[in-house]
Design a protein around this ligand. Structure first.
Ligand code: P6P
Length: 357
């Protein structure tokens, strides 16, 4: 039995620059997730379900647990002193820890404190998603937006906590993916899924087909490909869509599969946030042998221009993502012109602005 702390300490030697601070930071995330987990597990028993009455920058009505999770991750990460700033999906701007200790922090974090929160009241798995960057601003100075507006290929660690039938922390520091299951009887995360690998192929496709009429032609063609009866290629695939990215991703990581949240004619940049959802999940997918693109190009190579920008996401088993990309290239290569990671399509930006109003 190996605990998360033992595992992190053991692996510390893997990183020349990782001092004890990095270890403490990962451990603080584990602590914050245990606090959130405790509230989620008793949410039905105390008055913490339902809406907080506020809305976040996404214009989404915040669930009480959203606010609780956001507050506790922010507090836990400030307390440790290793983090100079946080960008949270629940906050309009950066949370900059402007105190003498945190100004010396080497890291900044992008976090979605509770993703899939519309599932809270119906007891469906939800998750917290995080990614850690080394800051690029001067240590000793307050951090700034540029510290998190780095491409995903600069992430030093990323992971998620899935609050499901069991609570698991799954993370990578660029040397593979490892999963830890919380043992509630001792309150510790125990290594349960060492060196997780995403199968190159799978038989599950995960997409919200209610948006079918708004999908690019390439996505429509790929869905029809998944539905063809061809036993030699294990088709028709099964469709599974939980409405919680962490839960859909976690299943595909273990069984193989693809999750797609594409750009649509209504929202050309899709729904998911690049910094808080796409990048961390893309880093995990690649570290487990999978793939993550916007339908054309690698998610981790997109140069962010805004904390809350969106990106289409095709993520999962390598061969399945590549098949979907073939259809996108053949039928939708001009869709929203996301062909260059640093170029954003004028229409998309216009839509993005409209979306924010
Ligand atoms: P839709 C949850 O809000 C989320 O960000 C992901 O966790 C989930 O996969 C997706 O949005 C669900 O979106 O539009 O299908 O309800």
């Amino acid at each position: 039995m190996k605990t998360l702390v033992e595992f992190i300490n053991e692996r510390q030697a893997d990183f020349p620059y990782a001092t004890g601070e990095f270890t403490r930071l990962l451990n603080d995330i584990g602590i914050a997730s245990k606090i959130v987990n405790r509230e989620i597990n008793k949410a039905g028993l105390v008055d913490i379900l339902g809406y907080e009455g506020s809305t976040n920058i996404q214009g989404e009505r915040q669930k009480k647990l959203d606010v609780f999770a956001n507050e506790h991750f922010i507090k836990a990460l400030q307390h440790g002193g290793q983090v100079a700033a946080i960008a949270s999906e629940e906050e309009d701007g950066m949370i900059i820890y402007d105190n003498p200790t945190s100004r010396k922090g080497k890291y900044v974090i992008a976090i979605d404190p509770l993703d899939g929160s519309s599932n809270i009241d119906v007891n469906v798995s939800i998750g917290s998603i995080f990614s850690i960057y080394r800051r690029i601003s001067d240590i000793g100075e307050p951090a700034n937006k540029k510290d998190v507006l780095q491409p995903g290929n600069k992430i030093v660690a990323a992971g998620y906590v899935i609050y499901g039938s069991s609570t698991m922390l799954v993370y990578t520091t660029g040397k593979g993916v490892n999963g830890f299951t919380l043992d509630p009887s001792i309150g510790l995360f125990i290594l349960s899924h060492p060196d997780m690998r995403m199968p190159d192929d799978g038989k599950i496709y995960s997409i919200n087909e209610a948006n079918y009429i708004y999908f690019p032609e390439g996505v429509k063609k790929y869905i029809k490909y998944c539905q063809v009866d061809d036993k030699a290629t294990n088709r028709p695939y099964k469709t599974r869509y939980i409405g919680s990215l962490v839960a859909d991703f976690h299943r595909n990581l273990i069984t193989g599969g693809i999750y797609i949240y594409p750009g649509t004619t209504k929202q050309p940049m899709g729904k998911l946030r690049l910094l808080y959802e796409c990048n961390p999940m893309a880093f995990l997918a690649e570290q487990a042998g999978g793939k993550a693109t916007d339908g054309f190009f690698r998610i981790l190579d997109i140069d962010p221009y805004d904390l809350h920008q969106r990106a289409p996401l095709f993520i999962g088993s390598k061969n399945m993502v590549e098949k979907a990309e073939e259809y996108m290239l053949e039928y939708s290569k001009n869709f929203c012109e996301l062909s260059s990671p640093s170029k954003s399509c004028k229409d998309c930006e216009e839509n993005e602005k409209k979306d924010k109003q």
